[in-house]
Every structure is written in structure tokens, then in C-alpha cells.
Ligand binder design. Structure first.
Ligand SMILES: [Zn+2]
Length: 281
């Protein structure tokens, strides 16, 4: 009986907190993502063909054994580094919120997107690419996502916020996305082609409940499909609570390429930050 009372009072506290947006912590500094330079893109290709050539050489039996052992040790060490290569987007700016993550509820996290600046065909293509990018994170994170349609969104560059342009309330467990022109943001331009961040977090449970990401329209239009998908996966990683990684095998590496596989650090990071559903706010 006393337990039931305690549970009820906890629930009441949550309800009160939900009604006041001031109870939520806000993150106002998204992390920028740089476009891949031609040099960065061509380097892995060159390394790959070099490796292929080396393999065709037939070394002596003894050399093979030693080389294999050394290579295995190196590979293992590199894999361990990549697996631990993740951190919370809050760690440096808002340490109290470090390791905040989304709750793994059965009800999907919804997302809407403002496709202004794209033609109808381009919008359809990019919505498909975004859906694909969300789908890559689902098995890794245990989070379900659902497209909620296109929506006119107002972008505030200084606050880095996206909200419904018609004044309707910001949805909870929702991600707002927008394609914006270079000139609409002092944060974009140069090599910076995307930004992403959680927007609202419950400080006690460290549950992220809204997030936002923007993509530079001119970049998305000229990039190929793999590069666009890679950019979307990366910004969604920020929305899910991840900061930048230092290993190129992780999608959270800050230079966008045409790499579209999550790395072990990405997977371990998002898993470590996710929160159980129905935790007290
Ligand atoms: Zn980034």
C-alpha cells in the first residue's frame, strides 16, 4: 500500500515536470560536421588498392606466420580503440547531462522534416535517404523511428532550435529536421554541411526527448546518395547523444565521407546512453 502511494506521487511529479518546459535542460550548441575534402576521400581508396597488391605477393612460410601474428595483434588493438571511440555530446559543455540518451519505448520516436529548398523529386529522394539513415540506427540502438511527414519549421540559428512554424507545440519524443540554405545560418558555410544535437533533456533521468538537425541544401544536392546517407547517419548520431569520434571507422568521425556503416564505437556509444522506457522524469 505504501509502495503504491509512493509510485503515485512519483507519477504526479512527472506530470508536473512535463507541463513546464523550464524543467527541461536545453542544449544550444550543436556540433558541426565538415564536408569531406577530395583528399580525405581518395586516401582510403589508395590504401585499399595498396593492400590488395601486397596480398598477392607470396612470402615465405616463416614470414607469413610472424606477419599474421603481428597483423592480428594490430587489428585487435585497432578494433579495441574503435570500439571505445565514443563520448557523450554533453560531456564537454554540460557535464551534468553526460550520457543522456533516448528511452527505448515501444512507441516510435517520430520525426518531421522541412524540405524547403528542394524540389518535390529531391524531397522524396532525401526523405527516403533519411528513412534509410534512421533505419541503420534502429538495430544498434533499440530505438524505433517513424516518419511523421513534412512540416514547415522555423529555424532559430542562434538558439539552434527548430519548431513548428505554425506555432503549434513542440512534440515530445520527436526529432525536427530541416534543409536550410547556407545563408540562413552563421553556423554553416565553408566546410560545415550539417549540425545536430539533442534539444531537450530531462535532467534527472537524462532522457533526451527532442532533437534537431539541419543539413545544408546546396551540399545535399551536389553530394551523391551515399554521402547524403552518411551525413544523415552522422547528424542523427548527435541527436541520439553522441559526440565526435576520432576513428574513421565510426560514423561519428567528424568528416563526412561515403561511409554508411555504423562502427563498433557508434553502436557501443548509443547502447550505453539509451535509457529504459518509463523512467521518472
Ligand atoms: Zn558532427
Amino acid at each position: 500500500m505504501s509502495q503504491m502511494t509512493a509510485a503515485a506521487s512519483t507519477k504526479r511529479r512527472i506530470a508536473v515536470a512535463v507541463s513546464g518546459i523550464a524543467a527541461l535542460a536545453l542544449l544550444a550548441s550543436p556540433l558541426p560536421t565538415a564536408a569531406a575534402s577530395a583528399a580525405t576521400q581518395s586516401a582510403p581508396m589508395a590504401a585499399k588498392s595498396h593492400t590488395a597488391k601486397t596480398v598477392t605477393k607470396a612470402p615465405s612460410k616463416a614470414t607469413t606466420k610472424v606477419a599474421t601474428k603481428a597483423t592480428a595483434a594490430r587489428t585487435q588493438a585497432a578494433a579495441a580503440v574503435a570500439a571505445a571511440d565514443y563520448s557523450s555530446i554533453f560531456a564537454s559543455q554540460q557535464p551534468a547531462l553526460t550520457n543522456s540518451g533516448w528511452a527505448t519505448c515501444a512507441a516510435a520516436i517520430t520525426w518531421t522534416v522541412d524540405t524547403s529548398g528542394l524540389s518535390a523529386d529531391e524531397a522524396a529522394t532525401q526523405i527516403a535517404n533519411l528513412t534509410w539513415a534512421f533505419d541503420q540506427w534502429t538495430p544498434a540502438s533499440g530505438l524505433a523511428f517513424q516518419f511523421g511527414g513534412t512540416e514547415n519549421l522555423a529555424y532559430d540559428d542562434a538558439a539552434f532550435s527548430l519548431k513548428p512554424a505554425n506555432g503549434s507545440a513542440i512534440q515530445s519524443r520527436h526529432i525536427y529536421l530541416a534543409f536550410i540554405a547556407d545563408g540562413d545560418s552563421a553556423r554553416l558555410g565553408g566546410g560545415t554541411v550539417g549540425l545536430g544535437s539533442p534539444s531537450q533533456v530531462w535532467p534527472t533521468s537524462k532522457e533526451i526527448i527532442t532533437g534537431a538537425a539541419v543539413f545544408r541544401t546546396d551540399h545535399v544536392k551536389q553530394a551523391n546518395a551515399r554521402e547524403d546517407k552518411s551525413l544523415y547517419m552522422h547528424e542523427l548520431g548527435h541527436v541520439l547523444g553522441l559526440a565526435h569520434a576520432s576513428e574513421t571507422s565510426n560514423i561519428m568521425y567528424p568528416v563526412v565521407s561515403d561511409h554508411t556503416d555504423l562502427g563498433t564505437g557508434d553502436v557501443n556509444g548509443v547502447r550505453s546512453m539509451n535509457k529504459p522506457c518509463n523512467q521518472a522524469g
